[in-house]
Design a binder for this molecule. Structure first.
Ligand code: PTJ
Length: 247
């Protein structure tokens, strides 16, 4: 799709940039999405651009939560849609989750473009367009959700979420799985399961864990959930960033 030599030391990060750029050109990603990507890249660089052991444990706990959930929903914004549309479809299938488009800068055009893009990548019936539910405590546009989607979800995956909404969703009593490269962000701090990893690696990793855990007992899944320590995960991520061996 693009002309980046595969042996380039920053191959993955260049590929990611091109996807975000293409997302903006297709009307999927917002211009602010470019800035968010830059911020994410800086943290990823400090993490060594790899999934840490603690992020992997968080992805496993996330998979257990999703398998135990009655109504899991994966929330998708303009960055997520540009970076991992097919991987979102695959994870939704692996855990039986619904996919909902949920935007910080909501416009009808972007909602439609993202829903179409997700369908093209194998997501059946993406939600978010009905917008007949509200998240309490947020201003009008940012509060919109589908009543039978995120509104009714018990477990939600919110990648690259803004802090206000992450806190408001947590306050609604939903179990929140946040994917964010910044362990100090309010989103990561309010999550039941913070996954401090690039979404490009994290989404397929959760799907892989979910398939591995497909046949374990409910008691085992509950044990994985119960032994996961969110504070420790954030501490380990910060430690990895501070002490990283940079190339
Ligand atoms: O499409 P919309 O309108 O919903 O807007 C989406 C963005 C991401 C633009 C919006 O939610 C926003 O402005 O987010 P923030 O406040 O910039 O937060 C984004 C967070 O995601 C930051 O903490 C980044 O470090 C992190 N991040 C960026 N890229 C990645 C990432 N985390 C994981 N993987 C990434 N690729």
């Amino acid at each position: 799709e693009i002309d980046v030599p595969a042996d380039h030391p920053r191959y993955e990060s260049l590929l990611t940039r091109h996807r975000i750029e293409a997302g903006v050109e297709q009307g999927i990603t917002s211009k602010q999405g470019l800035i968010a990507e830059g911020r994410g890249e800086a943290f990823d660089y400090l993490l060594g651009e790899e999934t840490t052991e603690s992020a992997d444990a968080a992805a496993r706990a996330a998979a257990a939560h999703l398998l135990l959930a009655d109504h899991p929903v994966l929330s998708v914004n303009g960055n997520v849609a540009a970076l991992v549309p097919g991987e979102i479809a695959d994870l939704a299938e692996a855990v039986g989750a619904e996919v909902e488009v949920n935007l910080f800068n909501r416009t009808d055009e972007r909602m439609q473009a993202i829903a179409d893009h997700l369908r093209e990548h194998g997501v059946t019936d993406p939600k978010g367009l009905t917008a007949d539910g509200r998240i309490p405590g947020l201003s009008h546009e940012r509060a919109k959700v589908d009543a039978d989607g995120i509104g009714a979800a018990d477990v939600v995956v919110v990648p690259l979420e803004d802090g206000d909404r992450a806190e408001a969703l947590a306050a609604m009593g939903k179990t929140e799985i946040v994917i964010d490269l910044n362990p100090l962000s309010r989103s990561a701090q309010s999550a039941a399961v913070p996954i401090v990893d690039n979404i490009i690696r994290a989404i397929p990793n959760i799907a892989r864990h979910a398939r591995e855990l497909q046949d374990v007992t409910e008691a085992e899944l509950r044990e994985i959930v119960a032994t996961f320590d969110a504070e420790e995960a954030l501490r380990a991520a910060e430690e990895a960033i501070r002490s990283g061996d940079l190339e």
